[in-house]
Design a protein around this ligand. Sequence first.
Ligand code: FPP
Length: 285
Amino acid sequence: MQDKVPTGLDRKESEVYRRLDTARLPKHIAIIMDGNGRWAKRRHMPRVAGHRAGVAAVRSTVETAARIHIPALTLYAFSEENWKRPVTEVGFLMRLLSRYLKAEVPTLNKNNIRLEYIGRQHELPEDVQERMEWARAATASNSGMVLTLALNYSARSELVDAFRAIVDTASQNGGLEHLRIDEGTVSRHLYTRHLPDPDLVVRTSGEMRLSNFLLWQLAYAEIYVTPTLWPDFRGVHLLEGIAEYQKRERRYGGLNHGDKHPPKSIPTEGAENFSVEDAKEIISS
Ligand code: FPP
């Protein structure tokens, strides 16, 4: 479909890119990077070797996404649940992240990428927090793709933090009596308030789970699961995921050719006129 291929794409990437409709690229892609341990095990290597190899996959994916002008990419790099891993593995991941940030800032700047984070940052080791702040500041004036790293992230904790923030703000501004909460209020208090909801979520290594990742924001996202293990994932696999996404028909709960946009909020007014027949139609659609 596409004749003009962005500079920097290799031959395989260009082939897939030509099949894409550039007017319908996802605005935000979220990725659950999984399979580092299995990748290492298959090679009789320690698990951490899989994480180390995963950095090349991050690099390739980020660069390709930026080259094709995806506005936002979010990577699940460390979950709150990951603290349950052996202390040596956690330590390795923290050092790897720190090194990645230091090494990658020049490339992020070259590609006009702005770095952001989601998760309970204040619970991470102090030296990692400092490195994160440094990298964020060093890329803050870039106007291209927003690369968000989910670090010490849990979607349920994010929702808890959002509800706490809503209540705290209300009590400082005249109390809870007049507090009105709708979907917009919740969205504005999430860690992702700087981002549109993802249109596409990719999970590597064949697992069919969301693993406590962006549970609110992924409400209408297309899910693409690939058997490729994360360390083998490259920009071309991202493009294949986008090609698959473009084959899907997004209905947002509407009918075949109906509304192609996600609902802004749940309609509460007029709900009293909602009949059993309406409900049956929605269920059978
Ligand atoms: C899941 O694989 C992966 C992680 C928990 C860590 C993700 C980290 C990286 C890709 C390394 C670098 C990241 C950045 C941003 C520099 P797993 O260990 O759960 O694999 P398994 O399910 O096969 O055991």
